[in-house]
Ligand binder design. Structure first.
Ligand code: C2E
Ligand code: MG
Ligand code: MG
Ligand code: MG
Length: 282
């Protein structure tokens, strides 16, 4: 490997291979140092109680200044490099710090955890360690489990999530309805809430099949006594539909984007994104 990475510029039959390896290695090292030195930001997007239009909690979303298009690629890379667990914990650390800042009040926060961070005990042990001093604080934390990388051992993951829930931390299935594993998760993981994937929410006004799917998901959640949250709400029309269907909470650009500071006061008239406009996430 060492030899391949040497930037000697010599003609080399393996140049294509070594170039891509080099690129990967450089990114991996850069990413490793970003995680280690905490050189990333966390932004906060409000989750709103739809009936009262009040901010219920915030979702913490990772932001890398080098990447304006949202963290999805970096998260995927972290999963591939086996760095996601330390990254998710580094995010948790920043979020807890923000919750403990002077004048923060009783902020409730949701943090994302990759399925692969539930593959061993470390994430849960560390999160419990970080919150050991404050049982009340745990009650203000929500962990959103994403399906980005599938849970290899779902029973073991459920035991780990149960350890969180015993302490008052809430658990939510994220992006429900987007992937093949959603219903398997719902069957096998004991959780408090389901966040319905934006692909079922965004075009609710026009997508009748999507609306039927969403109606069924809401029914199912109601019968399981789970809270429902909708993501990617961009229009008032969608809010009306969601309320009619019985969805309790929502998040989206209509209410506010992820911002450096959690703002409990919603902007009275958030600009509604025009249909068809192309915008980066965030
Ligand atoms: P997610 O957990 O489903 O987060 C919601 C995503 O939807 C965010 O993208 C948010 O900016 C975007 N979004 C919010 N409202 C709207 C809207 O009205 N319209 C549209 N089009 N998009 C909206 P973001 O920040 O790019 O994050 C992408 C994903 O990266 C997240 O999806 C989450 O799965 C993952 N992620 C973010 N932070 C972390 C983290 O700390 N750890 C892990 N494991 N994953 C993270
Ligand atoms: Mg999430
Ligand atoms: Mg989500
Ligand atoms: Mg999503």
């Amino acid at each position: 490997i060492e030899g391949c990475l040497k930037d000697d510029g010599l003609a080399n039959p393996q140049i294509a291979f070594s170039d891509s390896l080099k690129r990967t290695f450089r990114d991996a090292e850069a990413f490793r140092s970003v995680v280690k030195s905490r050189e990333f930001q966390v932004h906060y997007q409000p989750i709103v109680h739809l009936a009262s239009r009040s901010v219920h909690h915030f979702e913490a979303l990772a932001r890398f200044s080098s990447n304006n298009n949202g963290p999805a690629n970096a998260i995927r890379m972290a999963e591939e490099l086996d760095l996601i667990e330390s990254f998710d914990l580094a995010v948790a650390e920043k979020v807890l710090k923000r919750m403990r800042a002077p004048g923060a009040g009783l902020l409730k926060m949701a943090i994302n955890v990759s399925g692969s961070s539930l593959g061993d005990d470390t994430y849960v042990e560390q999160l419990l360690h970080m919150t050991a001093g404050s049982p009340a604080e745990r009650k203000r934390l929500i962990v959103e489990v994403t399906e980005t990388s599938a849970l290899a051992d779902i029973e073991a993951a459920n035991r780990r999530l149960a350890a969180l829930r015993e302490t008052g931390i809430k658990v939510c299935i994220d992006d429900f309805g987007s992937g093949a594993a959603s219903y398997d998760y719902l069957r096998k993981l004991t959780v408090d809430a389901v966040k319905i994937d934006g692909s079922l929410v965004r075009d609710l006004e026009t997508d009748e099949l999507g609306r039927d799917l969403l109606r069924n998901i809401v029914e199912l959640c109601r019968s399981m006594k789970l809270e429902t949250i909708a993501e990617m709400i961009e229009t008032e029309g969608v809010v009306t539909e969601l309320k009619a269907l019985g969805v309790e909470y929502g998040q989206g650009w209509l209410f506010g984007r992820a911002e450096a500071e959690p703002r409990t006061q919603l902007a009275s008239a958030a600009p509604v994104r025009r249909r068809g406009a192309v915008e980066a996430w965030g």
